[in-house]
Write a protein that binds this ligand. Structure first.
Ligand code: OAD
Length: 241
């Protein structure tokens, strides 16, 4: 922890890459592992663009459960710690794979939503974007004014990463000399490649996770094992003394 705090203090450009693990303590289930979402829902059946187009009603019904959890979820101390590190000038950007908006709710400003946002819906026909609250999703299947299918504006399997997010993320990765990798299994490309790219261009990697990932023994310089809330709160404390 001491070493990690020192690294952050002396780095010129620190960014964070976050995944579902950072929101787990806000009550949002992760995807992989015990009780992960993919244990109950086959991602190819419920989170691929092909299956959505084939049977949008089925996918929308499954999304309800997650949508309800997300509407109620509030940022946890890990989200707040990152927002504070940004305010203090230590953290320049967050690239998140999460679609829950909790970093912004905690006060983080420079957040790149790599997999989109569940707070928006997008029309598959005309591309029009709606705020989640504008649409009554209890009437299935929600449709656009043009009658096109509405889909949460999140990246489904088989869809590309939004171009702007990809471009901004690459810029941040190029600029960073330290990357905090928090609560991600780092198994889904292309997000999982970002720490490798950062490392290749000379950045140090601090990883925060409950358990080691395939990055840990390969490119991680400091592994802080534990729940993100606890680890990031301690880290923030070290940064403020
Ligand atoms: P995963 O579910 O794959 O991984 C969550 C990671 O968080 C695991 O490594 C856990 O050990 C760790 N973890 C769980 N609870 C934690 C806690 N309290 N503190 C710290 N770490 C914790 O989630 P992601 O890596 O985010 O994509 O998954 C990446 C992508 O796969 C998601 O964005 C989603 C999914 O398919 C799309 O839907 C496009």
């Amino acid at each position: 922890m001491e070493q990690a705090a020192r690294l952050i203090r002396f780095s010129k450009y620190t960014i964070a890459l976050t995944g579902a693990g950072i929101s787990a303590e806000s009550g949002i289930p992760t995807f992989r592992g015990h009780q992960g979402l993919w244990e109950r829902y086959d991602p190819m059946e419920y989170a691929s663009i092909g299956s959505f187009i084939e049977d949008p009603e089925k996918v929308w019904k499954a999304l309800y459960e997650l949508d309800e959890i997300m509407q109620k979820a509030r940022p946890n101390p890990a989200h707040f710690a990152l927002a504070e590190l940004e305010k203090m000038g230590y953290l320049k950007a967050i690239i998140t794979q999460n679609v829950d908006g909790l970093h912004q709710a905690a006060g983080s400003k420079n957040v790149i939503e790599f997999h989109g946002s569940a707070k928006r819906l997008i029309c598959l026909n005309c591309g029009r974007v709606y705020q989640r609250e504008e649409i009554d999703t209890s009437v299935l299947v929600p449709r656009c004014k043009c009658n096109g299918l509405l889909k949460p504006d999140v990246v489904f399997f088989g869809e590309p990463i939004p171009e702007k997010a990809m471009e901004l993320a690459n810029q941040e990765v190029d600029a960073c000399d330290l990357m905090l990798v928090i609560g991600t299994s780092a198994e889904v490309v292309p997000a999982s490649i970002l720490p490798w790219e950062a490392k290749r261009s000379g950045a140090k990697i601090i990883e925060v996770n409950l358990s080691p990932t395939n990055l840990t023994d390969e490119i991680t310089d400091i592994f802080l094992q534990g729940p993100a809330t606890k680890v990031l709160t301690s880290l923030l404390k070290k940064m403020t003394v």
